[in-house]
Design a protein around this ligand. Structure first.
Ligand SMILES: Cc1ncc(COP(=O)(O)O)c(C=O)c1O
Length: 381
């Protein structure tokens, strides 16, 4: 049996979500049409907007649907910089490429980009922020939780400093949503990105949550959908699926969170007997479903393939970056030696992961370690 332990890359669509999506696919109406068919579809979108709003504690009018987390991140940087004179944008060094790349692209328009350093546990500290923010820093982007290490940032505390300096804060909460309690107001952010396929919803739909005080600027011009900010006939099944996925995530949050803590501690306790295993950012607050580790003497890609051979799917670094042999920029930013960083694999559990799955993974990892030890003896290491 295949064992899927790569939920930070993507989750399966919940059966109830798939059913709701299928039903909405059969509906002919365009949500912009005023006849009954159109109104029926519009009502489904309104409901989904409420469900997503409830997941993060905002009003539905603050939710803008997008084609995913990547677009939400691009839109966030767009709305926060379009109407402003060029200044500085500060982004943490461990951001997802969908923040790093649009931030770098802003430099073409005269913006200057500062990389916020992280400490050895992968966190942006208040001190770093104070030292690295300049008078004309107008936008700061710091993710809520990292996709590779699972490390959680203290966004609320950093937000106080950023707001006091008069800058706008964007947080990419794509990995935090559905795994830990997440509240927009409490985060202190002005902009927050979400994605459906990380919370048992469909791929290709996400949302940007926006503070009411912000003046928005369209990224896609056209028929005026999403209050003119993101034109294009809405992805109705996707949005409906995202809405229900958000509701289910909120309902099951406490239970899943507690279960995943137990699974993580079973895995990490099981690994404690192997001195060659390094768990990254082990002592930092992390997403309960995420463990990033390296085994000394084995490349991450090799370990991934060895596990794949026995039917266990994990990831080396982030899905987008894997395939390249470059060590993870997240681990390098944390000061991890490139050689050890090249060994990194990420294990991320989901709702369907059980104790027997963790035990199977432990056995498979144990076999790999034994194999390396034997190879070392033969080679006389
Ligand atoms: C932290 C983070 N931000 C953004 C994204 C992009 O989201 P999407 O795949 O919906 O474009 C991902 C996906 O891997 C992610 O992990």
């Amino acid at each position: 049996m295949q064992l899927y332990l790569d939920h930070n890359a993507s989750t399966p669509v919940d059966e109830r979500v798939a059913e709701a999506m299928l039903a909405s696919m059969a509906m002919p109406g365009n949500p912009s049409s005023t006849h009954g068919f159109g109104r029926e579809v519009r009502a489904r979108i309104d409901r989904a907007r409420q469900q997503v709003a409830d997941l993060v504690g905002v009003q539905p009018m603050q939710v803008y649907f997008t084609s995913g987390g990547t677009e939400a991140n691009n839109l966030a940087l767009h709305v926060a910089t379009q109407r402003q004179a060029a200044g500085r944008i500060a982004v943490s060094a461990i951001e997802h490429p969908s923040v790093l790349e649009p931030a770098a692209a802003l430099t073409v328009r005269g913006w200057q980009m500062d990389m916020l350093a992280v400490d050895s546990a992968g966190r942006v500290t208040g001190k770093t922020l104070e030292a690295q923010m300049r008078q004309n820093t107008r936008l700061v982007s710091i993710m809520s939780a990292n996709n590779e290490t699972g490390v959680v940032q203290n966004v609320a505390a950093l937000a106080k400093q950023i707001r006091a300096a008069g800058a706008v804060l964007h947080t990419d909460a794509v990995q935090m949503a559905g795994k830990m309690h997440l509240n927009f107001e409490a985060s202190g952010a002005h902009l927050m990105s979400l994605s459906a396929h990380k919370i048992y919803g469909p791929k290709g739909v996400g949302a940007l949550i926006v503070d009411k005080s912000l003046e928005l600027v369209p990224m896609l011009a056209g028929g005026g959908q999403e209050k003119g900010i993101r034109a294009g006939t809405e992805n109705v099944p996707g949005i409906v699926g995202f809405g229900l996925a958000a509701e289910l995530a909120a309902d099951g949050l406490a239970e899943h969170n507690a279960r995943q803590h137990r699974l993580r501690s079973r895995l990490e306790t099981g690994l404690a007997r192997y001195p060659e295993v390094k768990i990254f950012a082990r002592d930092a607050e992390r997403l309960p479903n995420t463990v990033q580790l390296a085994i000394a003497g084995i490349e991450g890609e090799t370990l991934l393939m060895q596990l794949d051979r026995v039917g266990i799917a994990v990831s080396s670094g982030s899905a987008c970056a894997s395939g390249s042999n470059e060590p993870s920029h997240v681990l390098l930013a944390m000061g991890v030696e490139p050689e050890l960083a090249r060994g990194a694999v990420r294990i991320s559990f989901g709702r369907e992961t059980g104790e027997q799955d963790i035990d199977r993974l432990l056995t498979a990892l144990g076999e790999q370690i034994q194999w390396i030890q034997k190879a070392g003896q033969v080679a006389g290491w």
